[in-house]
Design a protein around this ligand. Structure first.
Ligand SMILES: *Cc1c(COP(=O)(O)O)cnc(C)c1O
Length: 245
């Protein structure tokens, strides 16, 4: 079997085992393929192997891969830092969910554009659970307030929360981040804010997906374990000063 197919099976098995360990059903956890830097042929191969959900960090990459992938039914989530000047593009190129909504100004601009196009969009609120300066996401203290403000924008439909755990070689160090996201989910649920669904928790990546599943992830975002190592460090995708996209 080609390594991609094999890698996918290994990742799916890891999810399944993690679910079994904590008594969850594997059907509760979706695999999102983090496709940054991956050429469309490889993504296509993953779709052919049965995957349906992909995530991209950069609008430019979405554009570049769009033609090659548009005939294949799949779901595309935006998981990178979104600049407001790229809003038109993410709507044009088939993004169905923005997982990285982290500020009111962006939400308001999305609302405005969606109104103009008479469309709606699913969003997750991205929370900076590790509280590292370099990381995007609303701080946990401000998350509830942002959810309330976004809930008032009728074109945006909140479905849950997303976080990137602490970047650490010790996977266990991320567990408190995931627990923080889970606690926030419960807190927001208890408020019963009209129009807000809190069913999704997007957390966990190649190194720590088992911990995320144990802490309640409904979506794990996996790149390296499926597609292999990337050429650039992740900071390349997250540091605005470097990317400038
Ligand atoms: C790259 C990326 C991932 C996947 O990371 P891996 O360690 O390669 O599995 C998940 N989420 C986001 C937001 C990413 O940028």
């Amino acid at each position: 079997m080609d390594p991609l197919g094999e890698n996918l099976l290994i990742v799916l098995k890891r999810i399944e085992n993690a679910c079994r360990q904590c008594g969850r059903s594997p059907a509760e956890v979706r695999l999102l393929m983090a496709a940054k830097t991956v050429p469309p042929e490889r993504i296509k191969a993953a779709f052919e192997a049965g995957q349906t959900l992909m995530g991209e960090n950069k609008v430019q990459e979405i554009k570049e891969k769009y033609d090659a992938l548009k005939e294949i039914p799949h779901e595309l989530h935006f998981i990178g830092h979104l600049q407001s000047k790229k809003i038109k593009d993410i709507l044009k190129y088939g993004v169905q969910c923005v997982q990285s909504l982290d500020r009111l100004s962006l939400a308001e601009k999305l609302q405005q554009r969606l109104q103009f196009e008479n469309r709606h969009l699913k969003v997750f609120i991205q929370v900076n659970t590790s509280e590292e300066e370099s990381k995007f996401g609303v701080s946990p203290d401000e998350a509830v307030n942002l959810v309330k403000q976004v809930a008032a924008l009728d074109r945006l439909h909140i479905r849950g929360l997303m976080t990137i755990g602490l970047f650490s070689t010790e996977a266990e160090k991320v567990r408190p981040c995931f627990q923080k996201l889970k606690r926030l989910q419960s807190e927001i649920r208890a408020l019963e804010i009209p129009g807000v669904e809190m069913n999704e928790l997007s957390m966990g990546m190649s190194n720590d997906l088992e911990i995320a599943v144990a802490e309640g992830a409904t979506i794990v975002r996996v790149g390296t374990a499926i597609f292999g190592k990337r050429k650039y460090p992740d900071s390349y995708y997250w540091d605005e000063r470097q990317v400038g996209s």
